[in-house]
Design a protein around this ligand. Structure first.
Ligand code: SF4
Ligand code: SF4
Length: 410
């Protein structure tokens, strides 16, 4: 053997950008490439492509980690096509933490995007969402555009899945407090507070009726989940700190959106490296409860069969599938399962806007599956899913009603 052949292969530097969080080597190597997650991955099921599978995505992260590949268009597409639904995490026997890996990979790719796509994302995720007044201003602008039917000038796909804003409801604030007892602060959030005001009010009423003093924080605002999912962890930390400061005096923090409750329970991890905020974040996160987890006082009526839509961040993030069914039974409904129930509806944060074709396929599959249940109502406890499923049912002219479980509680 020559000296050349005996020399070990050069160690290539990782291609992750310094100073930005990246998938950790430990997480990457925890994947043993068994492929058991593949049948559970909605984007693999749709496309049949390894590049649209969890295993393929982790292999791509590994290639960047080991310096075999750079963050290029192929890598960006592979990460962008992921729903971050975490179905692969539930299925994985090796406990691969795919959710935090995809978030870190997206933080890495965000600065590499062309300005034309990065600019609007940064504007929304970094500048609008952390400012409650900007969320309301944006929602009011959207509501005016919808009232004047100017939204018809935009792309049809985006219009289908854009929340409808009722200006009269937006102008009618929620009460500051309801009921008496231990303080339960409500996360106002972003989409939930501007597009689902009725659900917010019903949530406060349900919490107050269950022996709490339900409080709407003075400022309100977003929990930061969307910013975290789409590559802006610093903005997500800022929003977490703002909300934590609002919630520190509350005995319970109540959240009626699956994606938000799942994200907020991880605030301790998000601010782990911050000596001041880390312990405060962990303390508040330990008091976060999804509405479905509360021991709610309900009155039973005959509500007939109700199809149960499991939001990804309920079933894969928090294992709250049984809680949805318990709440439905407690109000007098008979829960029925949707075929392929735990599969993502394609809403996935901004996915319907950023990946309209894949999202539309998942939306239609979900809507068709719901119609097979024979139920006249489908319970959906996440705003993105509610908008997406309502759009899917409209597309197939189905009269099935989409309701949040809070709306069923009397
Ligand atoms: S998060 Fe969802 S879409 Fe992404 S790889 Fe996992 S199962 Fe597939
Ligand atoms: S993520 Fe888990 S299930 Fe999927 S290939 Fe890797 S080890 Fe196997």
């Amino acid at each position: 053997m020559s000296d050349e052949e005996l020399r070990p292969p050069p160690i290539r530097p990782s291609q992750w950008r310094a100073g930005i969080e990246a998938p950790s080597e430990e997480d990457i190597v925890s994947c043993v490439s068994c492929g058991l997650c593949l049948p559970h991955c909605p984007t693999f099921r749709l496309t049949g492509r390894e590049t649209a599978s969890p295993r393929g995505r982790i292999a791509a992260m590994r290639a960047v980690q080991e310096g075999q590949a750079t963050i290029d268009d192929t890598f960006r597409t592979m990460m962008d096509e992921c729903l971050a639904c975490r179905a692969c995490e539930t299925a994985c026997p090796s406990g691969v933490p795919f959710g935090r890996m995809i978030e870190a990979a997206r933080a890495q790719i965000e600065p590499t995007r062309p300005l034309a796509s990065r600019g609007p994302r940064a504007l929304g995720l970094k500048y609008v969402l952390p400012r409650p007044w900007a969320i309301y201003a944006a929602a009011a602008g959207m509501g005016i555009a919808q009232a004047l039917r100017l939204d018809r000038l935009g792309p049809a796909g985006a219009r289908t899945t854009t929340p409808r804003i009722s200006l009269p409801k937006l102008a009618r604030p929620l009460p500051r407090t309801m009921g008496s007892g231990p303080t339960a602060a409500l996360l106002c959030g972003c989409v939930m507070d501007v597009a689902f005001r009725d659900v917010q009010r019903d949530t406060m009423r349900a919490v107050a009726g269950s022996g709490y003093r339900a409080v709407r924080p003075r400022a309100g605002g977003c929990c930061g989940a969307l910013a975290m999912h789409y590559g802006y962890p610093d903005a997500a930390r800022r929003m977490a700190r703002d909300r934590i400061a609002e919630f520190e005096d509350a005995e319970v923090v109540v959240v009626n959106s699956a994606g938000c409750s799942n994200h907020m329970k991880g605030w301790g991890h998000l601010l782990n490296d911050d000596p001041e905020w880390g312990p405060r974040a962990a303390a508040v996160a330990s008091r976060v409860r999804d509405l479905l987890e509360l021991d709610l006082a309900t009155r039973s009526r005959d509500l007939g069969t109700i199809a149960c839509h499991d939001a990804c961040h309920h079933v894969h993030g928090q294992a709250l599938g049984p809680d949805l069914r318990r709440v439905i039974r407690s109000v007098g409904g008979q829960p029925v399962e949707i075929p392929g129930g735990g599969r993502c509806c394609g809403a996935a944060g901004l996915y319907a806007v950023l990946q309209p074709e894949l999202s539309a396929q998942l939306r239609r599959q979900k809507a068709a599956a719901i119609t097979t249940t024979g139920a006249s109502t489908v319970a959906v406890a996440n705003p993105g899913c509610a908008i997406q499923i309502a759009a899917g049912l409209r597309e197939i002219s189905s009269p099935i009603r989409v309701v949040h479980p809070a709306q069923l509680i009397r």
